[in-house]
Structure formats: structure tokens, C-alpha cells
Design a protein around this ligand. Sequence first.
Ligand code: NDP
Ligand code: 2IT
Length: 447
Amino acid sequence: MLDSTLQATYDQVLHRNPGEPEFHQAVREVFESLEVVQSRHPEYQDHSILMRLCEPERQIIFRVPWVDDDGVVQVNRGFRVEYNSALGPYKGGLRFHPSVNLGIVKFLGFEQIFKNSLTGLPIGGGKGGSDFDPHGRSDGEIMRFCQSFMTELHRHMGEYTDVPAGDIGVGAREIGYLFGQYKRLTNRYEAGVLTGKGLDWGGSLVRKEATGYGAAIFADEMLKANGSSFDGRRVAVSGSGNVAIYAIEKVRQLGGIPVTASDSTGYVVDENGVDLALLQQIKEVERGRIVEYAERRGNGARFVANGSVWDVPVDIALPCATQNELNVEDARTLVKNGVLAVSEGANMPCTPEAVAVFREADVRYGPGKAANAGGVATSALEMQQNASRDAWSFEHTEERLTQIMKGIHTTCLETADEFGRPGDYALGANVAGFRKVADAMIAFGVI
Ligand code: NDP
Ligand code: 2IT
């Protein structure tokens, strides 16, 4: 339930943005946390901060025509939602997946505002992408698509304006093609205009690992705050992409046993602990499917087609695939199996009903905007290195990432305490992320 002023604003959001359920879900989740803030800070209401915050500063939608390997002209739709620049240039990833539409990009951009605020670094919120499906496409097709996408997007970007990066379906290969086309069109070697770059051309060590590492570090902090640890604990990780792979690596380093990985076809269970080198070979090098992991691993690893990875009994869950991948049934199963903590590597992977189950059962729940902020935080560190024409060591960069994640964890807990909801990381993340953005918006006047 929302109070009447929040409900009125939410109704306006629904009215203005029909047919965008994921966006509505993301807005509602933040609004539910903000009730406590409204009563203490009437100035936010006086300045219509929430209504302004929900309305993106700019939304760009464009045609992306390209020629496939058979010579057929294909047409996709491109998006960039420049959501909020109160704290810095718009910053957030690009997602290439057939499910991408304006509502998905807006939900991701909205989340990004608060996430980026929580990092403590000077970055605003934005998100983009396309309904292009990279699965099964040749390198040449990926390159031509990226070049066409950038041919339009480049005029909206800039290291002081809007700095995209990767997300689902966009990794180092795509960032390379996008950066190459940006450089060609602008005749500028403007390294800080994109992050997630290759290490030889302006990328940062630890960026590739940062989101997954950060989600595991955040889980570790939640466990430690409750007198527990990863040591010897079974961990379920969903997904087998960039975030999942490096979450698995960090879980191992922290003493946990990652026993699962998945993709959109099903999941694997490996009771001996996931073999990281094999997973990387199949997913990062060969761009194969997760079933191949079970086929090649032997040793008791098994593939389960279609089922839910959350059926596997574990102590800790790290959803690292996509939105709404963990529903209320999954949450009940995890609770029944004694799960201690859930840390969201993906954006909004748990449905609101699932989150309610965790809350009810007193499971530590780290929301994505806090738990997966390590990726964008390290992107901001990449921007720092680009601005100073420097390159930091792995150790130094990882130490910065670790401190940022610990700082976000502390901020969430302290803010939750301040508002009388101890242990409520979601409330802490929403309120702490929101306050900085709201205060900056008030300082700037009505713009
Ligand atoms: P990748 O493209 O590297 O991997 C995505 C993984 O999730 C794949 O295993 C993919 O399987 C699976 N997946 C994607 N969509 C679906 C779906 N609809 N149903 C089932 N499985 C699906 O992406 P990332 O690892 O980069 O991103 C994963 C999540 O983390 C996303 O929610 C993203 O927004 C979030 N995130 C990413 C950050 C980053 O730095 N990359 C930073 C912060 C959050 P398949 O190949 O079969 O589609
Ligand atoms: O959701 C996210 O935070 C990302 N995909 C990373 C964004 C970035 O700019 O590094």
C-alpha cells in the first residue's frame, strides 16, 4: 500500500506509461520505500521530485538497419533513455536481446539512477539497447549491427554527456565495434565515452569481473553482518554470462561452493563445484550452450532442461541472469531449503512477491541496485583512468571495488536503521540512493 500522495504520483506514472509492466514494477518498489522519507522531507514533495524523477530527461528511439550474411536487409529498433543527470553524465549499459522494448529500457534506466548514486561516484543514470538477438549471429553480422547502431547513437554520446557500457548481449566484442565506429565518426580518440573497453585500448582491469565479484562481496558482507560466512556453503548462481561467471569465481575465493549455472534453456548442477575454466571455455570462448558443460564435465554434473535452478538446495542464492527470473514459488522453495542470503547480480531478478517471502522469513536480501553496483562503479573507475590517461593495477582496482561494495553495504544498513527498519537492505538502498539525487535536483532548480 502507498500513501495517498505517493499513490497519486504512481497513478500518473501508470497513466503516462501504459503497457510497461517492468517499469511500473521498478517504480512501485522504490515508492514503497519512500513513504518514510516523504513525511520527514516535505521539500521533496514541494519540488515534485518524484514526478520529475520518473520522467526521463530524454528518450531516443531509432531505426537500426543492417545487412545479414545472406544479403538480406534487417531492421531493428534502438533505444537510449537518458534518465537523470543530476549527479553526472548519463551512465548505464546497452542490452541486445529480443525482449528489449522501451519499458524494459526505462525500468533499467530508472534503477540505474539510484544504483549509480549509491556508488558515491559522479555518474547519472541511463540505459539503452536494441531488440537485436546476437545468438547465432556471425562476427561480421555483429559488427555491421553495432556500426549501424552507433551511426545514430554517437550524436547523443560524449564523455561529459552519456557514457554507455555492456549489459545482456553486449560484452568486449560489441564494445570494440561500437567504440571503433564512434572513433571513426567523430575523429576523436575519446576513450571515456564508453566503458568495458579492451585492456589495450583504454579498458580497466577488473571491469570484466566487477559485477559478479561485487555481488558475491555484497553477499559476504550480509553474511558477516549476521555472524556467518561463505565458508563451505552451497551457492546457486543463475545465468552463465559475464555476471554469473565472475560471481562464481569470487564465491570460490570466499570459500563457498558454487553448484549451479544456467541459461535460457535450463540449468546444470555440479555437486563438486562449478569448474570455472570449463565454463569460461564454453561460454566466453566458444559462445556455446550450458548443456555442453554437463556433457563435457562428466563427474556427476547434470543438465536439467527448462526447470528452475532455485529447486537446488543451497545456503545462498545469486540470481545473475535477468529480470523476474525468481518468482514466489522459487522463493518458497529456497526458504524451505534454509537459504540464508540472496544477493542480486542481475537487475530486478526477484519478483516483488518473492521479495516479500524473503522478508517474511528474515532472509538477508540484497537488491540489485546495491548488490550489482560493482560493475558500474568500476566503469566509473575506468572513466577516471581514461581522464587521467592512466592505467591502474589489478590489485589497486579490486581494492577500490571492494571498498565501494563494503561502503554500499554499510550505507544500506545505516539508512535502514535511521528509518526504523533494521536489516532492510532494499529500503536502505532506495532511500540512500534517492536522497542524493533529490537534493541535487533541488539545488539545480526546476530544470
Ligand atoms: P550476458 O549476456 O553476459 O549473460 C546473460 C545470461 O543470462 C545468459 O546466461 C543468458 O542465457 C541468461 N538470460 C538472459 N536473458 C534470459 C531470459 N530471458 N531467460 C533466461 N535466461 C536469460 O549478460 P550479463 O551477465 O552482463 O547480465 C546478466 C544480468 O546482470 C542482467 O540482468 C544485467 O542487466 C545485469 N547486470 C549486468 C552488469 C554488467 O556489468 N554486465 C552490471 C549490473 C547488472 P541465454 O544466453 O540463453 O540468453
Ligand atoms: O546494469 C548495470 O549496472 C550495467 N549493465 C553496467 C553499466 C555500466 O555503465 O557499467
